[in-house]
Design a protein around this ligand. Structure first.
Ligand code: BGC
Length: 246
């Protein structure tokens, strides 16, 4: 079954058609800039342009960078405040005229990695996927089942929001070397380990394509591995979510 998956991010809105049975991305990825200010109406209109590009009709899965409970946005760390309380499914559904199913972006990426990527076949234990990008996203799985909206990027480290110190955006903002950034991330991972004792940690998001540059500086009791689906994970996971909801 082919479903359109869309990943809404701070800089781009990306979509592709995904075969949800195999995880295969069946089209080129189509990307539009996230509109300036990223208010709900403008983002919905941009999503509609992505949908139209594929001449698609059917359920749409959306990965969204916030807490999303039953389609409603409940937080705004890296997005405009006006999203809080917005029913993303209803808004984008109205603009596109299609059934829309929205899920947290890191949860989407995690679902894709567990089904078709680095976590494939793991049915026991606790797996934590962390996405390292503008923020830090998290997806927690126990015995293969997702615990949604865990928001581990907002753990407090040294009195600060963890993602402010240790996201990829923080690395770029502070012009940190990989080693300097990895030291910060190591401290973050130690906090995550102390609280959750995972068996496996999967590192994804924009920074994961550079995993060779920083993995040597990280060490945890849990096994730690890079994600495999790179920038496709959010799209694939959003499509899977739409199928599972539909
Ligand atoms: C948001 C999360 C999101 C993560 C990655 C965080 O700031 O609170 O909901 O998953 O960024 O985009």
């Amino acid at each position: 079954m082919d479903i359109l998956g869309i990943d809404i991010g701070g800089s781009g809105i990306k979509g592709a058609i995904v075969d949800v049975a195999t995880g295969e991305v069946k089209t080129e990825r189509y990307r539009l800039e996230t509109p300036e200010g990223a208010i709900p109406a403008d983002v919905a209109e941009t999503v509609d342009r992505v949908v139209k590009n594929f001449k698609y009709s059917g359920p749409v899965g959306i990965g969204f960078p916030a807490v999303v409970i039953h389609g409603v946005c409940h937080s705004a760390a890296n997005i405009d405040e006006s999203w809080v309380g917005t029913n993303v499914d209803a808004l984008v559904g109205k603009v596109t005229g299609l059934p829309v199913h929205t899920v947290n972006d890191a949860d989407a990426a995690g679902v894709a990695e567990m089904r078709f990527g680095a976590g494939r076949g793991i049915e026991r234990g606790v797996v934590i996927m962390l996405t390292i990008g503008t923020g830090i996203g998290s997806a927690v799985f126990t015995d293969g089942r997702l615990v949604p909206n865990t928001e581990l990027g907002h753990l407090e480290i040294r009195g600060k929001d963890a993602e402010r110190r240790a996201s990829d955006a923080a690395r770029k903002r502070k012009k940190l070397s990989w080693e300097e950034w990895a030291n910060r991330f190591q401290e973050y991972l130690e906090t995550v380990e102390k609280l959750f004792s995972p068996d496996l940690i999967i590192l994804g998001g924009g920074a994961s394509k550079e995993a060779d540059s920083f993995l040597p500086y990280l060490s945890t009791r849990a096994k730690i591995i890079p994600a495999q689906l790179l920038n496709q994970a959010g799209i694939i996971g959003a499509a899977i979510y739409a199928k599972d909801q539909g």
